[in-house]
Design a protein around this ligand. Sequence first.
Ligand SMILES: Cc1ncc(COP(=O)(O)O)c(C=O)c1O
Length: 401
Amino acid sequence: MAIAAEVGTLRLSDAVNRINVSPTMAVLMEAEKLKARGVDVADFGPGEPDFPTPEHIKRAAIRALEENRTKYTPTGGIMPLREAVCEWHAKNLGSSYTPKECIVTAGGKLAIFNVIASLINPGDEVLIPSPYWVSYPDIVQFSAGVPKFVATLPCDKFCLRATDVEKAITPKTRLLIANSPNNPTGAVIPEGEFARILEVCQRRGIWLLSDECYSHFVYGSAKPFSIASLPGAKDSVIIAGSLSKTFAMTGWRMGYALAPEALVAAMIKLQSQTVSNVTSVTQYAALEALRGPMDSVAVMLAEYDRRRAKIVSGLRAIPGVECTEPQGAFYAFPKVPARGGKGVGDSTVIARELLEHEHVAVVPGAAFGAPAHLRLSYATSIERIEEGLRRLTRFFSGAAA
Ligand SMILES: Cc1ncc(COP(=O)(O)O)c(C=O)c1O
């Protein structure tokens, strides 16, 4: 019997039918098509650093190749790397994990996927602060879990509040995902509030999964902070980390999870039946990133800070646009009016119109659960930010391009 494989008749699993292609990828692809045709796109789309991976990290990868470190590795990562993750996290973020409580994953995304797939049963509820990173709801739905959104508000700098977490908990709630600094809002949860959120999770018996992907990109007087540094946190906290943004290594696919040993063992079991291990050469590069100098991180942070000031003031100067000052990460998340500056904007329409009429690439806020907002990445040069702001001003003021 033939298996129908034509488009439209192919019978797919319920699990894969429950999820969508990442909408941020869709926008990037449209912008790439225009660029390939030679169009000058002001691109605020990319969720990745515009800096190259630091030289010393690249050299470590080249050395690994020359030394033929090109074979399978242990599923959870080479032991020196698991040690280095724990040491780096302890030194920079004040935790106290051992290598058995650490798994190396293909990016932070796979760390989050492994956690959810290891903990969530059909019908389990997962609390997701909204606006949210696009992948959380899909990853939860893949496991037949139920995403439950906890609103965060621009008037409160999009800060997640312990009282709102507590109100959203039901007998079916299994886990809360916290993401500070936040993609897309740039919100940073103050340490005191984070501690209260942890206290709620512990009292109500739910896991706190903390996505620390942007941990080192915080502005002003804030310092990188991990909820795992608090006494007694480790039993109920899971850390998902990534080298993608901190070390400008998005393409290398290197992340990790830190969690109680039994959960790490489950994730290693899962990983043994999927990716097997993170690319061997990436692991040696990551070892250098974590053990080597961190000067490049400070350089990137200072530059993002300059760009943040430029983009926030530029957006606020456009009539009808409201922009909260991001406290971390590298995104601005303004609330915008419709084209021409009148009425309430529908971000999906606006993003399409912006690309079409002004060749400006942004990600519609609808992808993050906030349909009146746009996400603009400022991981792009000051000159490109200025050019993009000129076009955005023209678009929202109603002047023709
Ligand atoms: C909030 C957040 N978490 C996790 C990730 C995953 O990053 P990666 O898989 O490249 O480590 C991203 C990437 O954009 C992100 O924005």
